[in-house]
Ligand binder design. Sequence first.
Ligand code: ADE
Length: 256
Amino acid sequence: MQCDVLTLFPELISGVLSQSILGRAHEKGLVHIRVHDLRGFIDDVHRMADDAPYGGGAGMVMKAEPVFRAVECLQAEGTELRVILPSPQGIPFTQRIAQDLSAEGRRIVWVCGHYEGFDERVFQHLHPEEISIGDYVLTGGELPALVMIDAAVRLVPGVLGDPESAQQDSFVESLLDFPHFTRPAGVRGQVVPDVLRSGNHEAIRVWRRKEALRNTYVKRPDLLEQHHFTPEDTNLLAEVIQEQDKEKFVGSEKER
Ligand code: ADE
């Protein structure tokens, strides 16, 4: 994965990228991420990255020309670019998009905006993919770019110690993850389910599948609408629904 981030706050990006799994992925050469200060591409004598909006109103608008120059610089290297502009107006970011980015052959360029956003000509000229990380407004595109980079980089082969762990992620199959336990077996009176200590791999697989279905049913039932059910899933979910209904009934009886 080859990425470039264009930003007015390069330290914000490089600070995060140098740490933990992202930092190790970079050191191992599994991903190559460069951060560019958009101020370095300002042509204006006043060294202004932004200016007041035509027509008046609050806030400042980021200028188009520094973005064009930065992108042209990258184009001059001869690689094909995929330009992404984080924006609350974009398409919702999903695990599927993270997978797509992790396998992208082109260089991915994140253009991070601030203030009231970019001059419209950035969109008219570059036609960036606008992607949103949620229905709320942040102060800039840096955190969303980092969110997307993090979600994609961990899917690059070799980045996670155990390749299976990305396969088991929440959302991979429109299901949330199953619960995880580690030693000790008892913590403050709560014990690990026996099946996980049984050594019976098939029973463990079925338990995990059922608990993933339970988690999804309880926390994000909307996801089940997109899930492709196997006959086993259908049976397990029926059991889950019965168990959850019973639990709800017992809970309401206790309250009375
Ligand atoms: N920039 C500001 N808010 C954003 C959001 N929710 N997603 C992506 N980019 C943004």
